[in-house]
Design a protein around this ligand. Structure first.
Ligand code: GAP
Length: 500
């Protein structure tokens, strides 16, 4: 076995070569690519991925012991780490590493007038239909799309017309009856609740359907208190809520989800340039976290498809097992939101530009990403089955090590003779740097298999030679290659391989 000791001049070359063997980064990965495997393009793959996420503690069905609550999900110990890694990487690239973006954490419950001003009370609707026979509820646009109609370009009126023209032939997927749908009607997606403890003084409020408005209503607070100058952005991460008529496709469309949003304020006239900047920046960020280029595309919206506030929108779409779906929406929101808040709040939200000596309402470019969809995209992109149908079959989540919920699995070969103690010593050292997992149960092969399914890039086995010469076997997830390494060198080498 080759050594990776960092004492020779070859160290950097060797470790670099080692790093390049990760899936998607080099020649060994290409070899793996050639082997038969399931790809995320098969419709059935989603079922396998859902099963893996349950089996291995990434995602659990919500309220399961009470029979479940449809379309709610709980993220288990590994799901929570994967999402935390994605959220932190996003914050690092979009806030910490830029000198023109600051952060915010606004309330989920905002004054109801916010949603009147933003247009959500009046127009945040989906076209709803019911089956008169079995009472199942659907989105009219989804039903039409199943018959081949491209509803993205239709206004509500033309959607209703297209629906009427086909109404007699449209079939309910639940009871199988034809022609039993009601006419489409508008359904507001905001969840409402009440605040106030004194009877009669209740105020109807909404759970936010996007985090963006919390940023707009704090625009003046931020310009008054922070040394920001246009162009600058405000980023926010947090939960949003939409009473989706049909929530579906696992965590792709749920009623409660997390958004990573940025409102970038710029001078009127510069929005086109910033729109292009953010489209490229977001796409490059997805490449940088390891998503495959062939599974990503930028799709420009047609004018009819855009939201009421947008003059230009593009979606970064991911090729999910069920087809292309929106991952990240990038919208040029003009001065719509700030102008609306000026009208409704009667507060002056103009910005004084000291460079041009002018006052104006800034324009806004907004990249808005869903964390749950991103998590699903990472799972689909990294899921692979090697040597399918053979005794050596293994399932691997070959994700970028930066994203892996566990970075290193540590296994004593036996539960005796001082091996667990040495393994725990390594655990103590490495756990100060990144998440590691100690595992003593079952054969070494089974322990590797489990970590492959968690996406763990390295496994360390402590054996009898380790007691004599303080070296261990380090096994690489993507190639299954094994190398002998000194225990004292592990923190430096592994840290570099995972994070560089
Ligand atoms: N502030 C703009 C905005 O909210 P959007 O296109 O409605 O725009 C942005 O949402 C992103 O939020 C989407 O691209 C998607 O990733 C995510 N998202 C939206 N609705 C979702 C849902 N019901 N479930 C999961 N993610 C959702």
């Amino acid at each position: 076995m080759k050594s990776l000791r960092p004492e020779s001049i070859n160290h950097f070359k060797i470790t670099l070569a080692w790093a390049l063997t990760f899936n998607g980064y080099g020649p060994v990965a290409e070899e793996i690519e050639k082997k038969p495997k399931k790809t995320p393009r098969d419709a059935d793959t989603l079922k396998d991925i859902v099963a893996l996420t349950k089996r291995r503690g990434f995602v659990f069905p919500g309220s399961e012991i009470y029979g479940g609550l449809s379309n709610t999900f709980d993220y288990g110990p590994y799901g929570v780490e994967l999402m935390r890694n994605l959220r932190n990487l996003w914050w690092k690239s979009f806030v910490l590493e830029r000198d023109d973006v600051v952060g915010l954490d606004s309330s989920i419950i905002l004054h109801p007038k916010v949603w009147e001003a933003s247009g959500h009370v009046g127009s945040f609707n989906d076209p709803l239909i019911d089956c008169k026979n079995c009472k199942s509820r659907f989105r009219a646009d989804h039903i039409l799309e199943e018959t081949g109609v491209d509803t993205k370009k239709l206004t509500l009126e033309s959607l209703v017309e297209a629906f009427r023209a086909r109404q007699e032939t449209l079939q309910c997927s639940v009871c199988g009856n034809k022609g039993t749908f009601t006419e489409p009607r508008q359904f507001n997606l905001m969840f409402s609740t009440k605040t106030g403890s004194v009877s009669g003084s209740d105020l109807e409020v909404y759970l936010r359907p996007e985090t963006a408005q919390g940023i707009f209503i704090n625009f003046k607070n931020i310009t008054d208190t922070c040394r920001v100058k246009i162009p600058f952005g405000v980023a926010q991460v947090g939960k949003s809520f939409r009473n989706e008529i049909v929530a579906r496709q696992f965590v792709f469309r749920t009623r409660e989800f997390e958004q990573l949003e940025l409102e970038f304020f710029c001078a009127p006239g510069s929005q086109k340039e910033w729109f292009e900047h953010w489209c490229a920046f977001c796409m490059n960020w997805l490449y940088s976290i390891g998503l495959k280029k062939e599974n990503l595309r930028l799709r420009q919206h047609d004018p009819e498809e855009r939201s009421h506030y947008s003059e230009n929108t593009a979606d970064i779409e991911y090729k999910f097992p069920f087809g292309w779906g929106e991952l990240w929406g990038i919208a040029s929101r003009t001065d719509y939101d700030l102008t609306q808040h000026v009208k409704v709040s009667k507060k002056n939200l103009e910005y004084f530009d000291s460079e041009t000596n002018t006052k104006y309402i800034p324009y806004v470019v907004e990249p808005s990403l869903g964390l749950n969809r991103l998590t699903l995209a990472v799972l689909c992109d990294s899921y692979l089955v090697e040597k399918e149908g053979t005794p050596e079959q293994r399932i691997v989540l070959g994700m970028n090590p930066k994203l892996s919920p566990v970075k290193v699995g540590i296994f004593p070969l036996q539960k005796k003779d001082g091996l667990p103690e040495l393994a725990m010593e390594i655990h103590r050292k490495l756990s100060k740097l990144f998440p590691v997992e100690y595992d003593v149960s079952g054969s070494i092969g089974k322990r590797y298999y489990r970590q492959d399914e968690l996406g763990t890039p390295f496994c360390i086995t402590v054996d009898y030679d380790s007691l004599k010469d303080r070296t261990v076997t380090v096994r690489l997830r993507d190639t299954t290659e094994q190398k002998r390494e000194k225990i004292d060198s592990l923190p430096e080498i592994l840290n570099r391989l995972i994070f560089s």
